[in-house]
Design a protein around this ligand. Structure first.
Ligand code: 5GP
Ligand code: 5GP
Length: 236
């Protein structure tokens, strides 16, 4: 269906630490292009509402099953929609449209999923779910994500602050957040996950971006993604 690609308030540029994607119970697979560099990789550029809003009344009246099965409803709350998604299922990613970006996407937006080694499938999924709600065209969307990602190297920012990948060390989340805020001028959100031994580690960094997809802004919404006060940054 076509959901309204209407007013969202900001984007999350979400980047994943490959070490933390790969060392979980589930593991990971490298893409056809080979092992990615030990750098954060793009997960997606996601339009968001600043405030969750009630879901469409006709969906709220129905029972949960129906709500769950209907696209264009973000989770967190069954009766709430916190972001738009799947805004135009007919608009599939056309590889030709982003031909000139593929080499850069391969290095900055590699897949680590074992479902397929083809990163193009990851980009297509992200385009369909999030990109179709961005108000941008296909080339504009992927070019914007790359520009934002290339502006700052999160791994370099952390290394400059003494936060280097290690299988022993753990770091204060506050020092990770401060290092990124100081270097980029905008406060990020952090998400943690658990490695195969149950240890907390930094998994994803969420940077907030203005509606135009150009400027980093402070993230205001608090997030709780399994982070405690400390987390590891595992070697990749
Ligand atoms: P998870 O359950 O792993 O946090 O999220 C699953 C998927 O839901 C994400 O890959 C993303 O597509 C979507 N998602 C989760 N949180 C957010 C959010 O805050 N904003 C948007 N736009 N999508 C999200
Ligand atoms: P999201 O969490 O964005 O809704 O879903 C991400 C989807 O893309 C999942 O279905 C996942 O299998 C696929 N995918 C492919 N490569 C990657 C990757 O490197 N990281 C993540 N998080 N998902 C990936």
């Amino acid at each position: 269906g076509v959901a309204s690609a209407d007013e969202f308030d900001f984007f999350y540029l979400v980047q994943q630490w490959p070490g933390s994607f790969c060392d979980t119970q589930k593991g990971c697979c490298f893409p056809d292009t080979g092992k990615p560099a030990p750098e954060f990789g793009i997960h997606g550029l996601w339009p968001n509402y600043a405030k969750c809003r009630p879901a469409e009344p006709e969906l709220v009246d129905d029972v949960e099953m129906v709500v769950d099965g209907v696209p264009a409803i973000g989770r967190h709350h069954r009766r709430q929609k916190c972001w738009p998604e799947y805004c135009n299922d007919g608009n599939q990613l056309n590889p030709w449209e982003i031909k000139d970006l593929v080499a850069e996407l391969d290095s900055h937006w590699p897949t680590l999923s074992c479902k397929s080694g083809r990163s193009m499938e990851f980009w297509s999924y992200e385009w369909k779910k999030h990109g179709t709600c961005s108000g941008m065209d296909q080339h504009g969307y992927f070019a914007a994500a790359l520009e934002l990602k290339k502006r700052h190297s999160l791994a370099a920012i952390l290394a400059d602050a003494g936060i280097v990948p290690s299988d022993e060390e753990s770091y204060f989340l506050s020092s990770i957040r401060d290092a990124i805020a100081d270097a980029t001028g905008a406060v990020p959100n952090l998400e943690c996950n658990r490695d195969a031994f149950g240890e907390t580690q930094l998994f994803q960094v969420y940077q907030c971006v203005d509606r135009a997809g150009k400027k980093l802004v402070d993230c205001q919404l608090p997030m709780q993604g399994m982070c405690r006060d400390r987390a590891k940054l595992p070697v990749f």
